[in-house]
Design a binder for this molecule. Sequence first.
Ligand code: MLT
Length: 324
Amino acid sequence: MFRALRFIAALMVLAGSAQAQSFPNKVITLVVPFAAGGPSDVIARLIAQPMSQSLGQQIIIENVVGAGGTLAAARVARAAPDGYTIMIHHLALAAAPSLYSNLTYNTRTAFSPLGLVNTGPMVLLGKKTLEAKTASELIAYMKAQGSKLTMAHAGNGSNAHLCAILLGKALNIKPVYVPYNGTGPAMNDLVSGQVDVLCDQSTTSVPQILGGGVKGYIVTSDKRLDVIKDVVTAREAGLPQFDMTIWHGLYAPAGIPPDIVAKLNDALRKALADPMIVDRFIAAGTTTFPSSEWAVAAHKARFEFEVERWNTFLKEAGVAAAAR
Ligand code: MLT
C-alpha cells in the first residue's frame, strides 16, 4: 500500500515537471479585478506586453469586475493551478476578508503569490468645477458639504474606498460614498462632474490632472510627486494620518507547480527591468519595488502582513463585514 502511494506521488511529480517544462504552450489569461481604463487595468496591460515577449506566448487581459475585486478573486481561486490563469490584484485582496462575510475562497490560502509589481500613492481629486484652489480650501469645502458631499470609489475594499474611509476619519465627515466597478468609470463621472471627489491611484490621476480633466489636491505620499509638483502631501495639508501606499502583485491559484511560478516570476522581473516599463511607471507617478523585493518570498511576506494590517484597521474603523 505504502509503495503504491509512493509510486503515485512520484508519477505526479513527473507529470508536474513535464507540465512545467512545456509551459507556456498556450495563451495565458491575466484577470484584472476592476474595470478597463482604471489603474489595475493600466498596470496589467503595461506589464503583459514584455512578459508575453519573454514567455513567448500571448497574455490576454480579462476584466472580471464587481464586489470590490472579490468576484475576480473567486474566479481565479476556482481556476486550474497551471499558470494559464493568473491575476493582478492589490491590497483589496488582503482587505476583503474583513469586508465580505461570504467569500467563497480563503484569501490566506487560495492564492500563490508570483511577485510584486508596482507601488505608489493615492491622489485626492476633485471635479474641475470645484471652486477650491488649494488643499485647505478643499478640506473646508468637504467639511461644509458634510453628508451632501459625493465621494466616488471602486467598490468595498478597493483602494479608492479605503482611501475614502481614511479621509472621512481624518476629517470627521460622513460623505455619500458612490461605488463603481473600478476607478475607470468613477473617473469618467468625476470628469463629467457627476460626483464631487475621488481618491484614485497616481497611475490614472496624473494624466487626468495634467490634461485638466480634474483637479489634484493632496497626494498620500511623504514627498510630492515630481510629475505633479503643485499637489501637496497630506502632511503639508495638515492631515498626517491620511497616509496610504498602494501596491499591486501577481497571483495564481494555490497549487501551481513551483517551476511554473519561477517562470512567471522570471518573466515579471524582466518586465520590471524593462526601461519602457520604468519610464511609463515614472510618468504615472508610480514605481517598481526595489529589485531586492522581486522574489516571490517578498510578495508572500507583504501579502500576509497586509491581511493582518487591514483586518486590524477596518475593525478599529468600525467597518463591519457585509455580505455581498
Ligand atoms: C481600479 O483599477 O479600478 C482600481 O485598482 C480600483 C481601486 O482599488 O481603487
